[in-house]
Write a protein that binds this ligand. Structure first.
Ligand code: GAL
Length: 335
């Protein structure tokens, strides 16, 4: 079963919903708006269960990041500024003085050209520098592949006509409960012994903090409810952190989330994972079957450490003129 449906209209522009299904009855849907992951349903006890925070209407995707493709650069760029070839580059800001998740005109705000080919949902977009405010024009392809081993693999490919940055991710939130229950009953594992120290504006510094002996330690599976209790008196009220992972050429396990018999494993070759437990969610957001509130979902965003912009020891997210860069994240589902 594959399907393309009109999902809604935004300022008169049609927004499409694309669905593919594998031989096990798993269904993956994406939206052209924000090249967004809109639904992932798996068969459980004879019915389909939604595993991600999914919204019913296009208006529910305006001004949000849930499920969206995020870029050119995921995370925060302090003062909206960075150095490129000895020159200071200024970017549009969208969180006070910070450029967050690609800024006010980032990937998540754009309508993408979509199509289905076999088991893939393919999005393409030409983004000029005048459109999103980053230097250089880029051509981006984002492909969601659903295979018969129950993997959703997202590949992000970009080429540029001038030097720019490319550090995309996807901002999907998981909730593996069938009922309207928060993620407190989920176990999370993140094989990382260090996280980045952040400034008060949540910009990563170059300092790494050990997770040992703190509630940030997920090297062994930890029940999220336990962490929420300990984080209660912090401004975050949950996780909103950048874990430092070992970067590998191969895809390594970056996180495991489980509840009962349902599990998602995230594989990445990049060196960071942002974990955000929807700490500030409120009724302004609308999800199917789940009331928006703190801890109703968890985002596990594989990316290159955002600190790489300042310090090359944390990775390279530059995209040079004529060069093509590809990044990949794989989500494996067990149910
Ligand atoms: C996360 C970020 C959070 C918040 C969220 C978007 O990646 O770490 O601080 O901005 O995105 O709602």
């Amino acid at each position: 079963m594959t399907a393309v449906k009109l999902f809604g209209k935004m300022n008169g522009t049609p927004i499409y919903r694309y669905t593919v299904e594998n031989k096990n009855g798993v269904q993956l849907s994406c939206l052209s708006y924000g090249a967004a992951w809109q639904s992932l349903k798996v068969p459980v006890n004879g019915h389909l269960q939604e595993l991600i925070l999914s919204s019913p209407q296009i208006d529910d995707y305006v001004g949000t990041y849930h499920g969206k493709s995020v870029g050119r650069v995921a995370g925060r760029i302090g003062q909206g500024q960075y150095m490129q070839a000895g020159q200071e580059v200024s970017l549009p800001t969208n969180e006070g003085s910070t450029t967050l998740h690609g800024g006010p005109h980032g990937f998540s705000t754009l309508n993408w050209h979509g199509e289905i080919k076999n088991n893939q949902i393919i999005f393409n977009r030409h983004i000029s520098e005048s459109e999103d405010g980053f230097p250089g024009d880029i051509d981006v392809t984002i492909i969601f592949t659903l295979d018969d081993q129950n993997n959703v693999t997202i590949t992000y490919t970009a080429s540029a006509n001038a030097e720019t940055l490319f550090n995309p991710t996807n901002h999907v939130y998981f909730n593996l409960n069938a009922s309207d229950t928060d993620i407190g009953n989920h176990h999370l594992t993140v094989p990382s012994s260090q996280r980045f120290k952040l400034t008060s504006k949540k910009i990563p510094t170059g300092e790494l903090l050990d997770v040992a002996a703190s509630y940030f330690d997920f090297r062994k599976p930890q029940l999220l409810k336990e962490m929420f209790k300990k984080a209660q008196s912090t401004p975050e009220n949950g996780l909103d952190d950048i874990y430092y992972l070992n970067a590998h050429r191969e895809q390594n396990l970056a996180a495991t989330l489980s509840q009962g018999n349902i599990k998602v494993d995230v594989f990445s070759n990049r060196n960071a994972l942002v974990v955000f437990t929807a700490n500030d969610f409120d009724e302004s957001l609308h999800f199917i079957g789940k009331q928006a509130r703190p801890h109703i979902g968890i985002a596990m965003e594989a990316q290159t450490a955002p600190r790489a912009i300042v310090d090359p020891k944390f990775g390279d997210i530059r995209l040079h003129s004529g060069q093509t860069r590809q990044e990949k994240t794989r989500y494996h589902f067990t149910f």
